[in-house]
Design a protein around this ligand. Sequence first.
Ligand code: AMP
Length: 454
Amino acid sequence: MSTQPKPSNPLKAVRGTRDLLPPETALWNRIEQTAREVFARYGFGEIRTPIFEATELFARGVGEETDIVSKEMYTWEDRARAQSEKAQSLTLRPENTAGVVRAYIEHKLGERGDLQKLYYIGPQFRRERPQRGRYRQFWQIGVEVLGPVSSGSESPVRDAEVLEMLATLLNELGVKNWRLELNSVGSAEDRKRYLDILRKALAPIKHQMSEDNQRRAETNPLRIFDSKDPNDQALVYALPVIGDYLDESSRNHFAQVQAALVACGVPFTVNPRLVRGLDYYTRTTFEFTVPDGSGLGTQNALLGGGRYDGLSEMLGGPKAPGIGFAIGEDRLILVLQEQDGRKAVDAPHPEWMWAKKLDAYIAPIGAECNAAALALARELRRTGLSVEVGDGTFRLKKSFDAADKVARNIVILGDDEVASGTATVKTFATGEQTKVARGELGKFLSPAPQAEGS
Ligand code: AMP
């Protein structure tokens, strides 16, 4: 019996954060690669902004009264390290649009005159109550299209193009049954007019609402529509909706977005209560949802986005209307796994995760063949083949079992083979076993061209 004391309480990942492990990470990579390919076809370039920013950026951009800024941010006072530095409040980014617009202003991208089409992929941080599909560190794949008005950044064509691109991306990823919900929250002026009406409608009923909604009714009434409080739903449903208070230009803009979507054949439904949880949105707002039972538990929003025509000015920049979205990558994974009907942990290299089997597993027979096996692996890997090396102390059956799990072929390397400059290859799919000359091995093990990408 061991007398070593047991380590107490091994450390775990922080609540709401997760480790992503292979083989599931193959699916993450595949999604990101597909997104990059689709974005490139539409003329987007990648932007990478810092993971933390000045707290003020989110307070000003996202809005003080939003759930994100008022409750969910990871904020700390960053100490000065030198006389020349000031202590400042920093925050782990809860979303990436504010950071992208900050970078747009800082690098004077507007002066280039053309439309900036940018995408990002990276982690975001919100101190939400963790549950299935909701984490405290989660990944977003997002896009922002913005520029001076002369670049056409305000055009409804931009909105429709972004939505059509999303439909294409979800279809290429194989997401089934997605639904696009669309609304217009109007211009800043529309919003002002509508908020007066909303406040008046709330005045006689707000005391019947939850404490949170009573507070919102005072400070930021639009946010009441984000509330999921079941007791307030009937009251919220009876409130006037912004769509009825748009001016002609906003109504026209929204009509043109819808007409372009119809022309492209992208199906959508107008949801007049979709206002989204961030203050910077103007005009078009949207969400792509999946039906209940798609793997997201009580969440059903796969992605969300909208127009933010005044955000650049809110952050001290030039006029730069824009539109963007953020896909919840964690949720995309859950939906694809659920729709596939299998779980990540069931099989080590399942095809549905697009993790291809290795080309070869080299099984040295006897420890004295280990070095030769490693040299052969080096030779084959240098030709671009994917190879794993076993261990000469394994029994042959163990080598075969290990090889069958991860590779298409097993390459047996014993003393005889080393001496004669050959190797014995068994291809699992056909069961055929062949002696192959060393010089021919690379070609023999290469996947047939028609098998590529299958
Ligand atoms: P938002 O930035 O709030 O508009 O969210 C855009 C998308 O990010 C949502 O539709 C979700 O798919 C995803 N998302 C937001 N918050 C979380 C979270 N805490 N965990 C996982 N995904 C999230």
